[in-house]
Design a protein around this ligand. Structure first.
Ligand SMILES: NC(=O)c1ccc[n+]([C@@H]2O[C@H](COP(=O)([O-])OP(=O)(O)OC[C@H]3O[C@@H](n4cnc5c(N)ncnc54)[C@H](OP(=O)(O)O)[C@@H]3O)[C@@H](O)[C@H]2O)c1
Length: 326
């Protein structure tokens, strides 16, 4: 199943997420398993530090029959690249990592720019533990550089991630090529109806990230030495569980199907073959209107946001921080 982008490109509704799939072994297993299970959409980013490993797997698969045109590869301009003068450089770096001539989709990962230091892959933090950000983002100038990537054939489609409505409006006002996609956190507990409706009205395809509410988030926080958080668990929600039972499906499949029926693409991440298999089985059942309504009733709103980017201390003070400040 596909969603059509304004360029005419067909983006598979289901993609493999790869954030926190870091070791070469994990990537090799996850990407090969996903391709074997007919996933044809892979989501990565410069900051995931796994583009190189993904590139190696793709190279082998292309050599053994997979056609480049049959896979949809997304990667993202990091916050350290959110500056008109750095877009092209980061695109080249990602293409070199992925060993590709072009990506199918290039997204601005986050609307705030961070200082870039040659040779550093991650943003830097000051003595107070705050991330070193740039000043206000010049969204118009940045977007022009993104458009140049389409003109040069390096990116077939361009889009945004973690932008809010007013920031998307700013881009739309001056765009020669409109953003094809908005990738944002979306799951049964964070439904963002106004944002999704705005995008759909403007023919921007919405890709749901953390579609399962990222049950692995605390492992990530622990790795950074941060306190674990009290995260609501979608996969143990009784309403989700009840609906799953009725359809002889799993809670994960219901959580993903809910988003697909809202017209969104989903990119669940897993490095576990059994789950990669489970997460693709979304297209042989339909949630009824009543079930959709019951799931809509689970929306918690902003408080359920998992990827609030607060691991980057001080980011929420930046004027271009896109989420409601809490
Ligand atoms: N643009 C952005 O700012 C942004 C932010 C976050 C994420 N993303 C993208 O979206 C992708 C998905 O989001 P996410 O990784 O945050 O969260 P997610 O896909 O909602 O959840 C991933 C976690 O769920 C586990 N899992 C996967 N399938 C499962 C199943 N069927 N049953 C039980 N557990 C399951 C995975 O474990 P195992 O891997 O151990 O199986 C992993 O810990 C990312 O990988 C990334 O590509 C983008």
């Amino acid at each position: 199943m596909y969603l059509k982008l304004p360029s005419g490109a067909k983006m598979p509704v289901l993609g493999l997420g790869t954030w926190e799939a870091i070791s070469d072994e994990e990537i090799e297993t996850a990407v090969n398993t996903a391709l074997d299970f007919e996933y044809r959409h892979i989501d990565t980013a410069w900051v995931y530090e796994n583009e190189g490993a993904i590139g190696k797997v793709l190279k082998k698969r292309f050599a053994s029959g997979l056609k480049r045109k049959d896979v949809f590869i997304t990667t993202k301009l990091p916050m350290t690249g959110v500056h008109p003068e750095r877009v092209s450089m980061f695109m080249e770096k990602s293409l070199a990592n992925l060993q590709l001539d072009y990506v199918d989709l290039y997204l601005i990962h986050f609307p705030v720019g961070c200082k870039y230091y040659e040779g550093e892959t991650r943003p830097k933090f000051n003595d107070k533990g705050e991330i070193e950000t740039e000043g206000r983002t010049d969204h118009g100038a940045l977007w022009k550089k993104m458009e140049e990537l389409v003109d040069s054939g390096k990116a077939k489609n361009i889009g945004l991630s973690n932008y809010n409505i007013s920031q998307i409006e700013t881009i739309l006002q001056n765009a020669k090529i409109k953003p094809a996609v908005l990738q944002v956190e979306l799951h049964v507990y964070l439904q963002q109806r106004e944002l999704v409706e705005f995008c759909q009205k403007n023919k921007i395809v919405v890709v749901a990230y953390s579609p399962l509410g990222n049950p692995g988030m605390n492992k990530f926080l622990q790795k950074l030495g941060q306190q674990p958080r009290q995260l609501a668990n979608i996969l143990e929600d009784p309403v989700v569980g009840e609906i799953a039972k009725k359809h002889k499906k799993t809670p994960a499949q219901v959580a993903l199907r809910f988003l697909v029926q809202r017209g969104c693409a989903v990119i669940p991440k897993s490095v576990t073959p059994k789950r990669i298999d489970e997460n693709r089985k979304l297209f042989d059942f339909v949630l009824s209107d009543e079930e959709m309504k019951a799931l809509q009733g689970l929306d918690v709103g902003e408080a359920a946001r998992v990827c609030d980017f607060k691991v980057f201390g001080g980011l929420d003070k930046h004027p271009d921080f896109p989420f409601t400040r809490q």
